[in-house]
Design a protein around this ligand. Sequence first.
Ligand code: BGC
Length: 800
Amino acid sequence: MEKIESLTLKEKASLLVGNKPMASLAIPEKGVEEVTMSDGPNGLRIENLDGDSLSNVSKAKPATCFPVGVTLASTWNLELANKMGSAIGEEAIHYGINVVLGPAVNIQRNPLCGRNFEYLSEDPLVAGKIGAELVKGIQSNGVGACVKHFACNSNEKYRYIGDSLVDERALNEIYLKPFEIITRESDPRAIMTAYNQVNGAFCSENHYLIEEKLRNSWGFSGLVMTDWGGIVHRDIALQNGLDLEMPGMNDFNIKVLYDAVKNGSLKEETLDKSVERLIDLKERTRIKERKEADFKAHYDLALKIALEGAVLLKNENNLLPLSKENKYLVIGGLFDSMKYQGGGSSLLNPMIIKNHKDAFKEKGINYDFVMGYFENELNPDEKLELEALEKAKEYDTIIFYGGLNDYVESEGFDRDDMKLPSNQLSLLNKLTELGKKIVVVIFNGAPIEVPFANDVNAILDMMLPGEAGGEATTMLLFGETSPSGKLAQTWAINYEDIPFANEYVSNPYELYKESIFVGYRYFETINKEVRYPFGYGLSYTSFKYSDLKVDLQKDGILATFKIKNIGSFEGKEIAQLYITKSDSSVVRPTLELKGFNKVNLKPNEEKTAQIFVSFDSLKVYSIDSFKLEEGTYLISVGSSSKDLYLKQQVSIKGEELKKTLNDDIYTLYLKTLEMSKETFEKVISYKIPEYKFDSRPYTLETPIGEFNTFFGKIFRKYATNIGLKKYKKAKKIKDPLIREREKKGGIFVAKVMPNNSIRSLTFSSSGLFPYNLAEGILELSNGHFFKGVGKMFKKYKIKE
Ligand code: BGC
């Protein structure tokens, strides 16, 4: 490439270390332009490209706040995902952004992961298919998508330093699968590596992930960038296929690259290749013409997705939809203050917002409101409870708005438990004793325990519905349209039902002992009762399935069947196809989703639906590659993983698979549900190190929360106070919408800090906390005063 030849070594090294919180370096005199970026994934958050990326959400340019990942995934609607991607792409063009940081497609391994709301599903097919459509949509505008976080970022605590230990089969069949599907189907322009390590190597320098899988096996042709601050050894990362460090803005890593070439440990051609990919990314995403986006149309699209993503979990005696003729008592801080997006880097400034009150007013709903509990508190408030209980006596039907607030669910930390905040639970329990009809509307990013499920009449799960959340909720409650979403994750009865529940994030080594038995793959195989199964969701109408035919074709199998709307409401049904291979020589889940199809049906209408399953997607990862096992497969079609109405067997040609030691280990595991660390070490062929909390001397990788020496404590307090200060300042903001958003930002920073390492903090700080200062503080914290002060003044400049 001509441009590369004109660049000096220093320029090339500088190009591979970001230059602004949301952009790469430009060298105009050499014709190299900057690549501009924006979060992601459910809309754009564009702050001043030169400013701190998370400091001032309210000043971010307004953009459409689409429903978050988990809500989009429960639509199971590929067309809507594509449209949402396309709308985000249009807004990127509107604002001059080359690359959108999304979609986020990690597997929802455990319901407590604070970031589940951004992710799509516990199932790799749903995550992969929805993710691929988002990418296709975004890129249809010429803008690039950056799929994140590659890979195994299924917990927030320890995300900066932790190591996800996963066996090769689970890695390939479950955790990498969404990335593989997306890469093969939609050719994303970029991939973002996760902060954490996978099997002993940080994702940003993980050869297996980046070179073996992404580039060589799946044919990825784009650029690989770090998550913000997710770099450890800049030169080793480059050698293992990582192109761009973000946000960069540090001289230290530029020098690392420069010196490595100079001393011969890094080939200049390797550097050139990455620079070429960066220049190529700009070429492929250059905005030819800025066009105005139609934000009103995007609001309508956000509404459509929120409507289709909501899941009706319970509807006893068809209490829903409610009639507009009656008057209702509405209870809940979450009615007063709508929860519609998650906290952390995805937090954005919505262009248009319609909250519950606006929507009730617009649609002429006759209601009375009592707060009952404060949305942003956790403990019961006796006065509010009494007032709500008194008022409730006057009404026949109560609508209770509840869910998870930002104190319990956000990027940056994991939930402590699977419960609703105790103020909500306490009030709900008392309300259920009054013998009234109760509708519970839930706002959440991940499954919750619903011990009250049998005592209320209806439960509508809106998840995090985006800027049109108020209108969507009202339309569904009052029957302007029927719910048609289905859960893309299992709702266990109790958190303890989740595999290895009590071991989750107990230390930085996260042992994926359950292997491929994630979500319904686990519950179905061991036949354990759940609250709401994967793929489940009710409607205001009902459907009848019939006439399944399964045809063998050249590349796969085609299932054809009929679905009829046998109720009196127009509605959509998501038909799901699962396979079972009971005579397999390897251990397998009882059910695996292999396809789905959403159809719209008027009352009494019947349609023929089809689902195609390629032979490729029937393969299992056996020993070292995906293989198609020959023999009989049972094909089941129905409305959830539990409600499978049509079944047919089909015989498929393939190969015989060899049983391994791991098959024996997991056959036994499914019986005992136990696995020792030693057995798991055999599964992954890796000796798991012991983690010592508060071990000294501290290193750049020690979590800030563990700093306990004299200077260490001062530093820890200072760092953790940044978020608290931001939060306190935010509390004084007059505008309630801005106040809530800024508070969320403060909570996120405060909670994320103790898990951060000094290394990750310096590299994510956009130059505010330079490397020399980080090294100096580390020395001080280890009691080396003079060395510390000396390091603080060290300069990392390249001498040419
Ligand atoms: C998040 C990424 C995000 C980046 C930039 C990180 O903390 O993990 O998902 O894209 O920040 O805001």
